[in-house]
Design a protein around this ligand. Sequence first.
Ligand code: AMP
Length: 425
Amino acid sequence: MSFSSQGFSSDIVRALTECHYEKLTPIQQQAIPQIRRGNDILAHAQTGTGKTAAFSLPIIQQIIDKPKSLTRGSVRGLVLAPTRELADQIANNIKSFSKYTNISVVAVYGGAKMSSQERKLQAGVDILVATPGRLNEHLELGNVNLTNLESLVFDEADRMLDMGFINAIRTIMAGVSTHPQTMMFSATSSSQMNALAQEYLRKPQRIIVNAENSTASTVAHVVYPVEEERKRELLSELIGKKNWKQVLVFVNYKETANDVVNELKLDGINAVLCHGDKKQSARRRALEEFKTGKARVLVATDVAARGLDIQGLPHVVNYDMPFLAEDYVHRIGRTGRAGQQGHAVSFVSRKEELTLVQVEKLIQHRIRRVPLEGYEVDSRDALLSKMHSKPAFKNRQSRTNNANDQSSAESRLRVMQALKKRAKK
Ligand code: AMP
């Protein structure tokens, strides 16, 4: 299905052609006609399915169809997103789609100067992309008002709830006096999500791309069981041996991110960092280096990586399993985008096996375990049995030319048994 068949103006179609968008993705096929009819939407679609164009193209077209002069601080379309990276990315996408129109697009988010955002908001904007916290600051200062709002999008609504934005959302919604057409997008579903939908959507059309809470079907998932302390070594080895060219690595802690990057660098692999302690400008630079191929690996924490748009990313590695099974879906959304084949690798230590089971329940799919030679998780037991079968070890046990040997062999055995017991616990 082509974009011109959806009744989009030639200015939009021309811009889409430049973005190499030719056919609609499944979410676009389902959502665009519904949004064009004016319906509210509740869509379950993971990142990477093309949802940004799905909600923004109809909004752009509506603004073209009904030109209005903007009043001070007014907004016609509002997109709420959980993180600055995602807000920035959405705004950039909308700017590309509307480059042949005179639609104004502004992004506001925390961590950037209020004053420059204030200036951009003054004359009013056609489409505002915002994180909830920063939008509230601008609302309080009277820099922006939502009294003329026509369209409203909650993007990654589940993530906004996870990040505790519910009160900020309520405050924002209190200032919305019109009944804007409302679209809610989420990769996962939960009772809190459903409650939010019930509160703000009117007779929404439900759209589900793939099964709920599933990951893109073009992603090949694999689990490598590995001891925690050997993950760094394994990562370097895989990247080197398999000659992976562009790898996004997820870790749970900033400290781990720093350690992994240092370790990779020691192995001569160019890696960059993206975590919450890094300034926005540093994160952008890292992303740019990664995108352009200057850096082969980007090591990121969940919040910092949220919403990163890296087209055609071939490999995502869960160096740590995420704390929340839902985050697996979000992380994996970085690969296998818009119909391309992706590769999702998870390093799973013994203590992360439970999370793996939860992930499998969520995505309704058993992930293939591939034990790697030399990285066996039971390596302590394996090592012990190997040692017992080695002649050197046997000889050592049977040596009696030293009076102390017998007792030291016994004490070694006791240590081994204790080790074995601990490993079983
Ligand atoms: P999104 O889910 O909106 O983040 O989009 C995921 C990726 O797919 C982005 O890199 C988009 O530029 C790309 N994309 C979205 N729609 C299409 C389309 N119809 N054809 C080709 N690529 C697309």
